[in-house]
Design a protein around this ligand. Sequence first.
Ligand code: TXA
Ligand code: MG
Length: 321
Amino acid sequence: MTSKTRAMANAVPMTNVTISDAAELLRTGHLVALPTETVYGLGANALDDTAVAKIYAAKNRPQFNPLIVHLPDIFEVSKYAVMDPRAQKIAEAFWPGPLSLVLKRTDTCALSPLVSSGLETVALRVPASESASRLLRAADVPVAAPSANKSGMLSPTEAQHVADAFGDEVAIVLDDGPCAVGLESTVLDLSTDQATLLRAGGISLEDLTEVLDKPVAVAGHDDFAPKSPGMLSRHYAPQTPLRMNAENREDGEAVLGFGSPVTGEHANLSPTGDLVEAAANLFRMLHALDADGHSGIAVRPIPEDGLGSAINDRLRRAELG
Ligand code: TXA
Ligand code: MG
């Protein structure tokens, strides 16, 4: 069987049966490609660290860019993010639709820290596509989904693009024909007092400004380079100084291990050296060690292959503080 025929085998039309299969696959930690009105997304259960880590592995992303979490309706949003009156107004005007809002995570937010790249914010979207809503309702879990393309490739607007790119790396590709908008969602940051457009898209700057009745800033290249959103200037860094590739432990330091445990370790990203597991644990363990009052965090060496380069990218930024 050629890779093409194998790839085509898992793009299926949306029916009650395939939606319910895909919903079950999502709930049990598998990757599901789903249609939205903007582009096809590579979805995973946003409550499940390992499922979210699989997205980065499949996309070959060299960095942990934060992901958009998809919800079936506006009422779900306040479970995860703080909706101030501005966000409420914008949500009422544009949701469901091609708009993602970056908001502060609530104190009790159960979403994986990996969807936020460890930040205190999360991007949320209520898609307008009826197919996406049906799946989200059936799955009954929030779904993290970047565009379903390999890193550096074009965003997919047809199921076949996804099947060709991912083949059996994704459990199922739901086919709902070409996407109506065909362009990614607008990303608006409302996590600070100044509303800021992070990415232009389906909803225009003028429309947003009109509803907010206030000027919207447009993120400059320092904050957001359109070609490499991973260069986002705001990134998670622990308060505690961090040291990578540590071969020893200095006084007062916590050791964050990887692979076979060493004596005196405080936590281990993956005792078996599994990079997907390590990615799933990364932000949670860094946050926990950071809160413990150590004088430093010494991270054991992590190989640069696969997800290792995204993990090391984050650690490098954390090392710089
Ligand atoms: O239309 C879309 O938005 C599609 C469909 C599948 O919903 N998704 C999509 O996701 O384009 P992705 O991962 O390719 O782009 C998400 C964008 C990135 O530029 C990312 O940096 C930004 O949203 N983003 C996500 N969470 C963020 C956060 N907490 N703070 C700042 N930017 C964030
Ligand atoms: Mg993308």
